[in-house]
Design a protein around this ligand. Structure first.
Ligand SMILES: NC(=O)C1=CN([C@@H]2O[C@H](COP(=O)(O)OP(=O)(O)OC[C@H]3O[C@@H](n4cnc5c(N)ncnc54)[C@H](OP(=O)(O)O)[C@@H]3O)[C@@H](O)[C@H]2O)C=CC1
Ligand SMILES: O=C(CO)COP(=O)(O)O
Length: 317
């Protein structure tokens, strides 16, 4: 039986979808939140109005989770803390359900898992999907990346539901870099739209952002096909074009000069800094990522950032 760690938007949505297909346990660290969900049979804070299926069990006791894969649906920058506090799940597969790069170490989700839990097979579930869509039963397609093909096949079977079609790959770096970079590009696109620079500017940022994603991923040994798939191009397309994306909305607020609620999870902010540091170390050119860091740090405004991008030396596409 699958367990989901973290009753945020994504963890709850995955548990709802899995619970419609079979049994699942959703764990949260806050006993009061678990009690409220047991009572209401919904997650009123994150996904109000979407009833839990009967087969969704709730728990605040991570030592008592049933056998089976464990999905880790916590933000990237919290993954290490969560694993430090959680019990040892032995050799049960641990599936990262987060997108980004750890700022303090430059590690990817599965690298953090491998370091914290060397005995557990590590995988990542990623791709274009909003929690609201998954929870409402709307059709979605995700990528499950696992270096071990046998474990990946088993996870693909157990995580497929009536509304989630799971594709499989062994290209873990490709899937991870796609999910990390697309959030940075969504901030850039939101900033451009918020500042009134138009849809042509957004298309340029998405396309050249995809080039940055490719440069980094290929340098890390990823396959180009993975970037053209759900975890790369697919998620870039969704996140850069929808107001449902928190990264895009964060960018919009920058472009409009408005405040943004700091309690909202915006993975692209820390990841932009982590990516910039990695790109500099590897001597990879990532000018849009640099611009996003400048915008977040307040060292650039959108007009200046775009002027810098437009005035770079001309080159072949
Ligand atoms: N929301 C979406 O549509 C999608 C999100 N994702 C990815 O899912 C990941 C999580 O995002 P999302 O669910 O939206 O975020 P939320 O902000 O909605 O929820 C984060 C959850 O993580 C929990 N958490 C934080 N720190 C810890 C910790 N140290 N130990 C245990 N639990 C912890 C929080 O618990 P508490 O409330 O107690 O702090 C909360 O339940 C992100 O990487 C995001 O990119 C992927 C696809 C879609
Ligand atoms: O990852 C997501 C869509 O695939 C969710 O995007 P946000 O984190 O920007 O809301």
């Amino acid at each position: 039986m699958t367990s989901v760690i973290g009753a945020g938007a994504f963890g709850t949505a995955l548990a709802i979808s899995l619970g419609r297909a079979g049994t699942v346990t959703l764990w949260a660290r806050d006993a009061d939140q678990v009690a409220a969900m047991v009572q209401a049979r919904e997650n009123a804070a994150r996904l109000p109005g979407i009833a839990f299926p009967d087969a969704l069990a709730l728990s605040d006791d991570a030592t008592a989770l049933p056998e089976g894969p464990v999905l880790l649906a916590v933000p990237m920058q919290k993954l290490r803390d969560a694993l430090r506090d959680l019990p040892d799940f032995g050799t049960r597969p641990l599936v990262a359900c987060c997108k980004g790069i750890e700022l303090t170490t430059g590690q990817s989700p599965t690298q953090v898992i491998a370091e914290m839990r060397p005995d557990a097979p590590a995988a990542i579930l990623t791709g274009p999907s909003f929690a609201q869509d998954i929870a409402r039963g709307l059709p979605t397609a995700l990528t499950l990346a696992c270096a071990d093909e046998t474990t990946g096949k088993a996870l693909q079977q157990s995580l497929t539901t009536p509304n989630i079609r799971v594709y499989r790959t062994t290209d873990v770096p490709g899937a991870e870099i796609g999910g990390a970079v697309k959030n940075v590009m969504a901030i850039a696109c939101g900033a451009a739209i918020g500042a009134g620079l138009g849809d042509s500017a957004r298309a340029a940022l998405m396309t050249r952002g995809y080039a940055e994603m490719q440069r980094m991923a290929l340098a890390l040994g990823a396959q180009a096909d993975t970037l053209a798939g759900l975890s790369g191009f697919g998620d870039l397309a969704l996140t850069c074009t929808s107001d449902l994306s928190r990264n895009f909305r964060f960018g919009l607020s920058i472009g409009r000069g408005e405040a943004f609620d700091p309690s909202v999870t915006v993975e692209g902010a820390a990841t932009a800094r982590a990516l910039q540091a990695r790109a500099r170390k590897m001597q990879i050119d990532m000018p849009i990522t640099d611009a996003v860091v400048g915008l977040i740090d307040g060292n650039l405004d959108v007009g200046r950032a775009m002027a810098l991008l437009l005035s770079r030396p001309l080159k072949e596409e």
